[in-house]
Design a protein around this ligand. Sequence first.
Ligand code: CDP
Ligand code: MG
Length: 675
Amino acid sequence: MALHPGGANGEPPLKKHKPSPSPSHGPGAASADPATIQRQRQALPVYRLQARLTRELTSRPTLILIGETGSGKTTQVPQFCHQAGLTKTGLVGVTQPRRVAAMSLAQRVADEMACTVGQKVGYSVRFEDCTSTQTKIKYMTDGMLLREAISDHLLRRYSTIILDEAHERTVHTDVLFGIVKKVQKIRRAKNLPELKIVVMSATMDVDHFSRYFGGAPVVYLQGRQFPVQVYYAKQPQEDPVFSSLVSVTQLHQTAPANQDVLVFLTGQEEIESMVKNLRDVGKDLPGCPRLKVVPLYASLPVQQQMEVFRETPPGQRKVIVSTNVAETSVTLPNIKFVVDSGMVKARHHQPGTGLEMLRVQKISQAQAWQRTGRAGRQSAGACYRVYTRAEFDAMSRDTVPEIQRCSLASVTLQLLTIGVKDVRNFDFLDRPDAGAIDGALRELQLLGAVTSAEQPELTPLGRRMASFPLDPKFARAILASKDHGCTEEVVTIIALLSADIILLTPPSNREAALAARQKFVAPEGDMMTLLNVFRGYRKVQKNKEWCRENYLHERHLAHAAEIRRQLLQLCAQAQLTVGSSGQNTEPVRRSLAAGLFPCAAQLTRDGHHVTVGTNQKVHIHPSSTLFMTRPACVIFTELVQTSKKYMRGVCLVDPDWLLDAAPEYFRTHRLHVES
Ligand code: CDP
Ligand code: MG
């Protein structure tokens, strides 16, 4: 069960701060010279359609816009809205699935409008609000807008909502479709200013969207797309990562310099190891262009992400090894070849078990074509599919929207808080499985957030849980920590879990990193280890050098410290006294168990673990500090499926605490308390 506190919800409009230099990416980012910027803008395909778009935007309530990545939708359309006068009656809000995108786009558009981020153009992401009273165009994560709807049901601050990257079909965007549609209708009925809705997408089932919005007009942007030759593997490949490596190596040996390659793999670990292998291979190939290999994935530090946009010097070749992030959400120049492993890592909810996990799986045909298209942006290209034609034919046609494959507890709680009483009959664009909604309601009931799963009414506890921009399980743990007098520790741990990866284990310095980590390792497991890391970090007053020596991600630690600060502020608003249990970890683990009890596992006589209640065989992840031990009973933050099902973020608990947390649940689910 993935307890991504970060990915779970939107973000509260908390902190107002001075604009920080935010990451800006894209080829144009390097030059902030106004004349160049204007030239670049005018060369974008969307620019030619400004007149038509302005006409549609002003005359129609809803508009759907389709155009390839890089055609200028995200940066230009909000400005068109502004120029068309739509910001006179309210903000133009533009949603993005990723926080980095929201921040970097705001930066780019602020450059284009010759202002500082936070003035006319701002952004709002979880735990960071960079807007002001002057703000007209606001880039934000989809989760953030959903969260705003809690306090402003009719989105009165907005004249226009642009749901961008709609093809990604994230849970939050999917829920927002229903919300904005409803708000538009209510505002019309109440004679309030109209809410304009713009849906923008790189690829999608247009009819589906248009029908959903009552036959809304669709505008197509003609992007440049050159032909791409597709090659398939002759036989099924056992190891797609290795086969991808072979393909890139062959390409590198045959293709002229400055023809760059984009490789699609699944996640950070494979990507980093592929990058290392390619660099090694590149060194030993005589007569080939110099090889520059760069990774690209969402949690990569922004500075390193910028590397992919840097122009390849003459006589060299760049290979970008990426997750599905490069399918649509970034504009990569100069890609001649795509190597597609055919795999993707996706979040999955297992109906019936209530467990959610990350799993590597085959992509859909739609994704395969999207990846292929990346090779034909500037000239004709080629795509090497590391799978056979028959395997391609067997792939599902479309990607299953996230809402149909992830846990809905968080979103259900939000819908209830927004005032959507009948979640089961909410106007979803694609309805999730009824069982998934029931499961979410049951979980919320167990957590004490709703009165019953059948006729859910939000409880006062549920309302308080919803005030934290966290997965309900984490919110519950924070609220429980009050009774155990350890809110300080629980908030710190949840902040650390909400930030990106803190403990670094670079393949080249693995031993040294593990040795440095020893001093933080807690016998109670990963969550307490993280707490020790944070305490050390505070003791040295956030010293950067200390972080480097200890293989800790300094920027992510700093981010965690900021999240912690804001969570503590929310605790104060919720009148939660912040106590500390000092060195005693028991109250902390008790509190965590009070929220995370649905993600618990016990040791069986055979020496492996099974999840409590759902009875799945699971293992402790090798990266866990408890990997070599056999704890009798644990809670965990995430399940990851590779060759086996692995628990990550593991914490030792006492089965009695689970019983205390949810007696009703554990009465019906087997939990053996050893005597
Ligand atoms: O949304 P769409 O993919 O259609 O295009 P866009 O994001 O508006 O990007 C249009 C162009 O703006 C890109 O090709 C980049 O040259 C530039 N851009 C940038 O320089 N920095 C960004 N953060 C985003 C876009
Ligand atoms: Mg875009």
